[in-house]
Design a protein around this ligand. Sequence first.
Ligand code: DOR
Ligand code: ZN
Length: 436
Amino acid sequence: MSGLLIKGALIYGEGEPVDVFVADGEIRQIGTDLGIVDAEVIDAKGQILLPGFVDLHTHLREPGREDTETIETGSAAAALGGYTAVFAMANTNPVADSVVVTDHVWRRGQEVGLVDVFPVGAVTVGLEGKQLAEMGTMAAGVGAVRMFSDDGHCVYDPLIMRRALEYSNSLGVLIAQHAEEPRLTKGAVAHEGPTAARLGLAGWPRAAEESIVARDALLARDADARVHICHASTAGTVELVKWAKSQGISITAEVTPHHLLLDDSRLETYDAVNKVNPPLRESSDAAALRQALAEGVIDCVATDHAPHAEQDKCCEFAVARPGMLGLETALSIIVETMVRPGLLDWRGVARVMSERPAQIVGLDDHGRPLEVGEPANLTLVDPDATWTVRAAELASISNNTPFEAMTFPAKVTTTLLRGRVTARDGKAVGPGTGGP
Ligand code: DOR
Ligand code: ZN
């Protein structure tokens, strides 16, 4: 059997159902009555065909914390979530501040074969914010690092950030900033506001994020460089990004599904599954983020998938690690927060989950238009499905999802990476999973 025939899909959820024939890793034909007989058929009746999703912000924990996630299990979670490319953050152990680590991440991802795992290189040695890492060597490696970030930590020293931006410019790579002024967040575990005050939790003020966003926009302007803002979480960040864009500054920003859906009222139970950096803010922030994503002020969705061990989450709020799972629930939460309220249509979903992130890092084989001759990195979504999140059923090793027992609309049914099925009906299938 050669090739794959996707039958009766709605491309971008628009128009009439069509068939899509995929062979040799590419979209070969699109139409009705294609006359293909020798192909495996995927019945996509009632389903929506989108370009495979691209996540600019994933923590895969390999090397170092393989008890919480590996490149293999994280790749499975990504494929099941409809992703064909993920960017694996550098805060591993050892830190991805050398080409040895970044090349390992790339190679292991290719070996697993479920999703393209692009390594993110650290901006500074050991994520310590003091000395620039060898960005050029990492960019020139097999893993060809195209994005650098100290995520988990902020590149807080303005002089180091300025140098990083200058280097990034000549290397043609992107700096992604975890915007958090550490002098304002010492000991902070929750959004600074009435909820944290009442619960007796130390507050993380909006200004800790916003002051770095403003500073970095100005540094990018002066260096004539691009800067990307990780996990925007406040209404003020939205205003600052909007202002910077209006000035012609090359700034882009991402928002996580959890900051679009949840707010700090979740903290009432002191359940650390809701602890995340930046923290869940107020409902007015979430509303501003949704509006900004709809309008393109915020460019894209990124999961900040952050697996953690049970002992690091099921403990006192103040000492629990921040972060939550995100890859397998992202699409459904975007449908819940953006599509259902009419803020985005399915073409908009393709834009914020696939096309824009691919453009931001300059990928030329992901996030492409659904046209003949393009790489077959594809996601099929059943828009009418509903499902209930059960951590135990997710592919991640870790269970730290704040969405446990919540019911969401829409489900990824099939993911294709270069024409090969990597996830189908809830199972990851690929070289690294014992599947076909
Ligand atoms: O909540 C978070 N978890 N925010 C980060 O910036 C890092 C991440 C992690 O690595 O767990
Ligand atoms: Zn971060």
